[in-house]
Design a protein around this ligand. Sequence first.
Ligand SMILES: Nc1ncnc2c1ncn2[C@@H]1O[C@H](COP(=O)(O)OP(=O)(O)O)[C@@H](O)[C@H]1O
Ligand SMILES: [Mg+2]
Length: 263
Amino acid sequence: MSNKNALKPAIHMQKVCKSFGKLAVLKDLNFEIQPSRKVALIGPSGSGKSTILRILMTLESIDSGRVMIDEEVLYEVKEGAPPPHLAEEHVSKIRAKVGMVFQSFNLFPHMSVLRNITEAPVHVSRISKEEAEARALEFLDLVGLKNKVNAYPAQLSGGQKQRVAIARALAMQPRIMLFDEITSALDPELAAEVLSVLRNLARTTDMTMLLVTHQMHFAQEFADRIIFMEHGTIVEEGSPEKIFQQPKEERTRSFLKTVLEAT
Ligand SMILES: Nc1ncnc2c1ncn2[C@@H]1O[C@H](COP(=O)(O)OP(=O)(O)O)[C@@H](O)[C@H]1O
Ligand SMILES: [Mg+2]
C-alpha cells in the first residue's frame, strides 16, 4: 500500500491488554485513528468502550501493549516486564492534547459557569485570567450559552450543564476530544440540543473526535467511521454505510438489531 497519504495517526493502540482482577476488559486491542477523523465507538455495555477512553485520558493504565498520541508514547508496557518510567513532564505534555466529556457532567457545583471553564486554563495551562475569560466566552457562544456565564450549575438544565462541560473541555484547546455517552443521562429533548452542538463541532473543527454512543442514528450522521466492539475486541469497523447497511459479522447484525429495536 502506498503511504503517500498516510498521516501520523492521532490515536494509536497496539496490542493493548487491560484486566480488572480476573476480568479481561481489553484483549490485544489494535486500532488507529487518523487526525481530524470523527469516529463512533459502539458496542454492548461492558465491552470496554469507556476503558479505552479512560486510558487515553490517563485515568487508567494498561497491562501490556502500547498507546500513542500523535505517534508519541503515552504508555508502553512489555508483558512480564516492569512498566518503564515515563517522565511526568512527557506524559502531561501528551495528556494535554486530549480532552474528555463524561456522561455525568462533573461540573464544579460551587463555581459559576465562567469559573468552571477558566479554572483549568488558568491553573493548569497558566494562561492569564483575562485571556481565559475571553476564550471561555467564545466557547460558551459556540455551545449557545453565553447568557449563562454567571449562572451556577444548579441553575442549569442537564442539557445546559453538558454544554458547559463541552465548553470547559474545549477551553483547554485539545487536539483530540473524547465523548463518553454524553447524552445518556438526558431527556430526549435535552439530548437533542447537546447532539446539535456536537454535530456542529464535528463539522467545523479539525479536532480528532472519538465518541461512545448508544444512539445509532447520531453515530451514523456524526461519524465518518464506526468501530463496533464486543468483549474487549474490535469485531468490525468501517464507514457508517458499511456498518449500518451491510455489516459483515453476525455479531454486529445482532447488536444493531437489539439496539434499534430498543429505540
Ligand atoms: N475500575 C474498575 N474496576 C473493576 N471493573 C471495572 C472497572 N472499570 C470497568 N470495569 C469493568 O470492565 C468492563 C468494561 O467496562 P467499560 O469499559 O466501562 O465498558 P463499556 O463502557 O463498554 O460499557 C465491565 O465489565 C466493567 O464492569
Ligand atoms: Mg461505558
